[in-house]
Design a protein around this ligand. Structure first.
Ligand code: ADP
Ligand code: MG
Length: 630
């Protein structure tokens, strides 16, 4: 089958988008390839299609467990065999998954980077027939990137174990520095880089200076229609803003990582179905969400990097229709943002103190602990040892980077289930409990593959389908587990700490410049770029962002607040007014060919064009098929 036939067969799309085909051809021919496409651009099929066209298994390294599960589910729905391995799975589950990759004719193995240097994976890898390696979110491999993950550096070891296997790296955000670094870190041989423009022609970037952000939010949402997201840094504020909007007759709901999964799902659904117009959220919301008709994304607080801002703002206008990305900026925001440097990089001795206290918390003896996995309750820890959660979180992340432990704040571990007896044995099973029979039937109808692998189950939907309460379902499954009919792993919500080295003497803990000083420097650089973006009054906002990502664009967007500010169109204010009046006079109530306007008016063509663009965006005039009318 050709790539296009595969696209049609499994996805039912007729054509590739932009650079998708270039990337697919390149990796398909066995070249190490780097693909840069903005979020929503369609990166997934650029590895899925070549992998389907070759024999063997595609190894996919990706950091976010929630997204990994999403993709695996998605592939399975299309009848493609895929499986995931990540931290938080039991050893038995991991073995089942990996064996399936050796004997089960699987096409995709998704794996979180932390699992790459485990003994079990390395052993099983030897028997696998790997066709290609995909590194999704590949900017995570670069220390200069905004989202460096130390476990990503293990990928090059895997590469050396599989010398002839080509690598496809993908990312949605990379500065030129990071683009080079990705290729270096992944030992690209004849690196080929494909980049899609990050320009968003339908997205107007706006900065509003205001000392009353709630009033400004209300003002914006009253003036403009459509679905919206409001981002704030603070969990408490998500609720406050949502309440404030509801009082003012704008339907809103809120979201943050501290809510439990049912609540999150319900709110996400309500927003996706437009029952709530506005989602007020921390940055926990948005990854993997595909709502094309978001019209407005408002940031009530500044994110700490242009990368994060571009990513979040970019959730507006995926359908190609006009949309707005508004950043609210108050006088104190600059210093608030600068303070984050100290919060994110606590003093080294403070980090050592946190390490000590963690060891007390778990009563870990010196020299012990290697490979120990512990549930971690940050609130309890902070209460007992009198620390602040923000600094504690930062300290644990730095300790993770330095390789002393692994801290994951991932909270989404859905329940899992696998039968440990054969299907015929299950059918022969005589149970005295009609509820249990009913539940087994519903489970068998709802999920497939339960006899060979763990499947994610959702007790909520089982409850709806069976009419049993969630508590009853839980009790039945636990009872079945005890009698070895199945293995049930209930949903778990705690973050983990894993000791990646035995407990050390805190005084001897070393933070190299790579782990600390250099990263702090690049963090400061990103914060500065963000502050520049918010405070600039004379650069096109779109150009500033593109420039940051190394895209040299010569034209202004003519949509952002800076461009729309007439003083900055390169035309003097009086002259702008004059051209504007002349255009309106000449057009009058007629329809007039845009081209003829340039002949009729004695101004510079470019200036006329600028004014036309401005008038069109303000919807004072309209342009259709080359004709202008009012
Ligand atoms: P990314 O990983 O770049 O953020 P995804 O791979 O998740 O993007 O794709 C985003 C959306 O675009 C998905 O809904 C996908 O089905 C869709 N898509 C990808 N390629 C095409 C195509 N060639 N034609 C139509 N839709 C596509
Ligand atoms: Mg993706």
């Amino acid at each position: 089958m050709t790539y296009k036939e595969i696209l049609k067969k499994y996805w039912n799309f007729d054509n590739f988008r932009g650079i998708q085909e270039d990337i697919i051809e390149s990796i398909g021919q066995g070249h190490d390839t780097l693909g840069l496409m903005p979020t929503g651009g369609g990166k997934s099929i650029t590895f899925q299609i070549p992998a389907l066209s070759k024999p063997g298994l595609c190894l996919v390294i990706t950091p976010l467990i929630a997204l990994m599960k999403d993709q695996v589910r998605n592939l399975r729905e299309r009848g493609i065999k895929a499986v995931a391995v990540y931290s938080g799975m039991t050893r038995e589950e991991i073995i089942v998954a990996l064996e399936n990759c050796i004997f089960g004719d699987y096409k995709f193995l998704y794996i979180s980077p932390e699992r790459l240097d485990t003994e079990i994976f390395r052993t099983k890898l030897k028997s696998m027939n790997i066709s290609m390696i995909t590194v999704d979110e590949s900017h995570c491999i670069s220390q200069w990137g905004y989202d460096f993950r130390p476990a990503y550096t293990k990928i090059s070891d895997i590469r050396s174990l599989l010398p002839n296997v080509p690598v496809l790296a993908l990312t949605a955000t990379a500065t030129p520095e990071v683009v080079d670094d990705i290729q270096k870190q992944l030992d690209f041989k004849d690196g080929r880089v494909f980049k899609m423009s990050f320009e968003r022609n339908n997205l107007a970037y706006i900065v509003r200076n205001t000392e009353n952000k709630q009033a400004e939010i209300l003002h914006i949402l009253s003036r403009m229609k459509g679905s919206a997201i409001i981002y704030t840094r603070n969990r408490k504020k998500t609720k406050e803003i949502a309440n404030f909007l509801n009082i003012n007759n704008i339907t809103a709901t809120f979201y943050h990582a501290g809510l439990n999964n049912d609540v999150k799902d319900a709110r996400q659904k309500s927003w996706l179905e437009d029952k709530s117009r506005v989602m007020v959220s921390t940055n926990a919301f948005g990854m993997g969400i595909d709502k094309p008709d978001v019209r407005i994304v408002i940031h009530a607080d500044m994110p700490d990097s242009p990368e994060a801002y571009f990513q979040e703002a970019g959730r507006a206008g995926r359908d190609g229709e006009k949309a707005y990305a508004v950043l609210l900026n108050s006088k104190s925001d600059k210093s608030t943002l600068q303070k984050r440097v100290a919060d994110t990089f606590p003093e080294k001795d403070y980090i050592r103190k946190i390490y000590e206290d963690i060891n007390y918390y778990y009563q870990m003896a010196m020299g012990d602990g290697l490979e120990c996995t512990k549930a971690f309750n940050i609130d309890e820890f902070c209460r007992n040892f009198k620390h602040f959660p923000i600094q504690t979180d930062s300290a644990l992340k730095i300790l993770t980077r330095a390789g002393y432990l692994e801290y994951t704040d991932e909270q989404d571990n859905a329940s899992r289930l696998m039968f440990t007896i054969r299907r015929d044995e299950l059918y022969r099973l005589e149970s005295k409990d009609p509820d249990a029979d009913k539940l087994i039937n519903v489970i068998l109808r709802s999920y497939t593959g339960l006899f060979t692998d763990y499947a994610f189950i959702n007790e909520e939907s089982l409850s709806i389908r069976s009419g049993l309460t969630r508590q009853r379902i839980y009790d039945i499954l636990v009872a079945f587990s005890k009698s070895h009919i199945l293995h049930y792993i209930p949903q778990k919500k705690t973050p983990y700490i894993i000791y990646t080295r035995e407990r050390q003497n805190a005084d001897r803990i070393i933070f190299t410049p790579e782990v600390y000083e250099k990263r702090k420097e690049s963090y400061e650089k990103r914060i500065k770029a963000m502050i520049d973006y918010a405070s600039s009054t004379d650069n096109c906002r779109s150009r500033m962002l593109l420039d940051y990502f190394g895209e040299k664009n010569k034209h202004n967007c003519m949509m952002c607040d800076v461009c729309l500010d007439k003083h900055n169109t390169g035309i003097k204010k009086g002259e702008f007014k004059e051209i504007e009046e002349n255009i309106l006079r000449v057009v009058g109530d007629k329809k007039i060919a845009a081209a003829s306007l340039f002949d009729l008016l004695e101004y510079d063509k470019e200036k006329i064009q600028n004014v036309i663009t401005y008038l069109t965006h303000e919807e004072i005039i309209h342009v259709k098929d080359g004709f202008i009318f009012i």
